[in-house]
Design a binder for this molecule. Structure first.
Ligand code: SF4
Ligand code: SF4
Length: 198
């Protein structure tokens, strides 16, 4: 039993002990803590090593999503405008991060490993529209050896060869095709080609 006289001293004792405890306060956003390696963050739509897209527009991710956060519209590839090695590609792809609970079920459902999750967790914004990520925002950036879509399939290869790992970079001389179905003009295409070459 602590007497009235001892109360202030006992109170300071608690403060004194706390001074030597490990600090739990994090100085976010100035200091960002690294996430766990398998953290479920923002999604990414992956590419094959030559830049063609892995998404085949099958919508399995959308059907698997318990929050109805994914919207997909598939379309047919043509030889003049090819986005993926096979028959179909994801023409429209959206994830609504106001709905997404980052459970990862969509990633499990994807048959081509087109969809994975990154470690990026800063998904706050001020408008509803900016939190509906489009295909252009979700598509992985171009790495060395890749050419942006649309472009031709690697000569002599078929879709299966891509999944066997036989295509490791874009074929020499691969150039970007005109994205006619998306309303891209020839000047847009020229700008895109400059980006690819830069
Ligand atoms: S992580 Fe879960 S909630 Fe988010 S889009 Fe995928 S399935 Fe839907
Ligand atoms: S991300 Fe995967 S599951 Fe979703 S539409 Fe594309 S290929 Fe199908």
């Amino acid at each position: 039993m602590v007497s009235d006289f001892q109360n202030p001293v006992a109170g300071f004792g608690v403060t004194f002990k706390a001074m030597f405890k490990k600090r739990l306060t994090e100085q976010y956003p100035e200091e960002k803590k690294p996430t766990a390696p398998r953290f479920h963050g923002r999604h990414q739509l992956n590419r094959h090593p030559d830049g063609l897209e892995k998404c085949v527009g099958c919508e399995l991710c959308a059907w698997a999503c318990p929050a109805d956060a994914i919207y997909v519209e598939g379309a047919d590839n043509t030889d003049e405008e090819r986005y993926s090695p096979g028959e179909r590609y994801g023409r429209v792809y959206q994830i609504n991060y106001l709905r997404c609970i980052l459970c990862g079920l969509c990633v499990e459902a994807c048959p081509t490993r087109a969809l994975t999750m990154t470690n990026e967790y800063e998904l706050a914004d001020r408008s509803r529209a900016s939190l509906i990520y489009t295909k252009e925002e979700l598509l992985a950036g171009l790495q060395d050896g890749m050419v942006d879509t649309p472009h031709a399939i690697y000569p002599g290869m078929d879709e299966q060869d891509y999944y066997r790992g036989l295509v490791t970079e874009a074929a020499p001389g691969t150039t970007r095709q005109a994205a006619v179905s998306k309303g891209e003009t020839l000047s847009d295409q020229a700008a895109g080609n400059e980006e690819v070459q830069a």
